[in-house]
Write a protein that binds this ligand. Structure first.
Ligand code: MG
Length: 519
């Protein structure tokens, strides 16, 4: 009898444990830097960057050495991250959204936030959105599955840049003085304009901590997408980080990101939820080397932001989940920000959207050291054109460039002439061919070596099929501009845009984002 009861209790415990396991959805945190290149972070080899918290992330999780973003510039890359789709499909091309544009990420695009929200996640976004604002703020994050938003909805370079360094030093780039001052939105309301860049980072970090604390204390699974304003030019840094590193202003700015990562980790540990939280760190595109030492580094990769060379689209990628993802692992498996959506769908029991995805579930790489489902990657330029299509195709370790083009973001006097804006659009027939496992710097073209004829033909078939089957969505960035869609906290004021100034009561010290009171 005693044995039967014992077995009964065991069975009951098993049932309860299984139920808890099924119900316990992991928290998801995506940390996304801006214009931070493959060679910028300590754990990726930079000798003088100060990134102890990001390095700690890498040592407690998995570091990807062949991780790609969907575009070499900000807006389309972010659209790809959130939708799992290449830029031609999202309509976020050519280039990036400006403050006076009427377009945005199409409202019928399904974001990972929306999918997670549908299965019970609390969803928040902090920082740089850059997927449009539009008339009546119709394209802000709150329209794409995020319940909470705090941030400047585009690059701080799309506002007048005045003070960038503590205590009162000017910015190194003049930015766009003809637009309204950078607005900080809380949900759909502007609470600060122009934004104070010297305190911005602290506000973002506090909001992130509050968001994590609130939902963990309520045992609610959460999805936090935290997109830093750093390290897009102009660099900026507050009191704590001004002149704090050996690397100059870029290093100081990167140190502010690193501090924020530390704040997020500290809060997750404080709440005791580390074992149930997946953290992913990456960057939206390669370094903007037009700013030279103030613009980041691609390490050993060729060119940078704006190009389809490796330096434009191969970026840092770090995944951490204690007990689930092995610690201290470096993987050379292929992966992309577009793979996060299908991977998170699988992890959280949500459903894939009824659209064509360009991402793959990479769970096997993360959790069991397996092979990536991804063996191909398509490189679209910053200004994709329907009549030209994809520029380069990677298949396994081989990358074929069908077209190449330099970029203004790489600088007119870049040491590599291929990266300069003077390197005009060039068609390659046969395509340039590189073995990226042996030659990640794309130095040694193999296309005249007969032993690579078969692989070149195979990639050409993949290329042709992709070009023929790509569904292009109409461009949102080419929609008309309108100065009156520029965010202004006092609509209708004169003289526009300089009259758009508001400094409402500071909500950032409040204990929880959900109790913020906006006057
Ligand atoms: Mg960027």
């Amino acid at each position: 009898m005693a044995v039967v009861s014992y077995i009964g209790v065991l069975c009951l415990l098993l049932v309860v444990a299984t139920s808890v396991g099924e119900l316990s959805k992991p928290n998801i945190v995506i940390l996304f830097a801006d214009d931070v290149g493959y060679g910028d972070i300590g754990c990726y080899g930079h000798p003088t960057s100060s990134t102890p918290h990001i390095d700690k992330l890498a040592s407690s999780g998995m570091l990807f050495t062949q991780f790609y973003v969907g575009s070499p510039v900000c807006s389309p890359s972010r659209a790809s991250l959130l939708t799992g789709r290449l830029p031609p499909r999202t309509g976020v091309y050519p280039g990036v959204f400006q403050a006076n544009m009427t377009g945005g990420l199409p409202l019928n695009e399904t974001t990972v936030a929306k999918l997670l929200q549908e299965v019970g996640y609390q969803t928040g976004m902090i920082g740089k959105w850059h997927l449009g604002v539009g008339k009546n703020q119709k394209y802000l994050p709150t329209n794409f599955g995020f319940e909470y938003y705090l941030g400047i909805p585009y690059t701080h370079a799309q506002c007048p840049c005045v003070t960038c360094f503590w205590p009162n030093d000017p910015c190194l780039v003049n930015c766009k003085p003809y637009f309204t001052g950078c607005p900080i939105f809380h949900n759909n309301e502007i609470i600060e304009q122009p934004a104070d860049l010297l305190t911005l980072n602290e506000k973002y970090a506090t909001a992130a901590q509050n968001f994590i604390a609130e939902h963990s204390s309520r045992n609610q699974p959460f999805f936090l997408y935290y997109a830093f304003q750093h390290c897009h030019a102009p660099q900026f840094a507050g009191k704590q980080f001004r002149n704090s590193t050996l690397r100059g202003v870029f290093g100081d700015s990167l140190a502010e990101i690193d501090w924020s990562v530390g704040q997020v980790l500290e809060e997750i540990n404080k709440q005791g939820i580390a074992d149930n939280t997946l953290i992913f760190f990456s960057s939206d595109n390669g370094p903007s080397t037009q700013h030279k030492a103030e613009g980041g580094a691609a390490g050993l990769l060729k060119c940078g932001k704006g190009t389809t060379y490796e330096g434009g689209q191969r970026v840092p990628g770090i995944a951490v989940w204690p007990g689930k993802i092995p610690a201290g692992v470096r993987t050379a498996e292929l992966a992309s920000t577009m793979d996060l959506l299908p991977t998170l769908v699988k992890l959280t029991g949500s459903e894939l959207p009824n659209t064509t995805l360009d991402g793959f579930d990479i769970s096997s790489v993360l959790f069991s050291g397996g092979k990536s489902q991804r063996d191909t990657f398509f490189f679209y330029p910053q200004n994709p054109r329907h009549d030209i299509g994809v520029y380069a195709v990677r298949y396994q370790q081989y990358k074929a460039h069908f077209y190449t083009e330099g970029a203004s973001e790489c600088g007119r006097d870049n040491h590599d002439v291929d990266c300069r804006p003077s390197a005009k659009l060039t068609k390659h027939n046969p395509p340039l061919l590189f073995n990226l496992n042996q030659d990640p710097s794309e130095l040694y073209n193999l296309n005249t070596d007969k032993q690579y004829t078969d692989i070149l033909n195979h990639i050409t078939q993949i290329y042709k099929h992709h070009v023929e089957t790509m569904d292009w969505t109409q461009s949102e960035i080419l929609k008309p501009t309108d100065p009156y869609v520029e965010p202004c906290c006092t609509p209708g004021c004169e003289p526009f845009p300089s009259c758009c100034q508001c400094h409402r009561s500071n909500p950032y010290s409040m204990p929880s984002p959900h109790v913020l009171q906006i006057p």
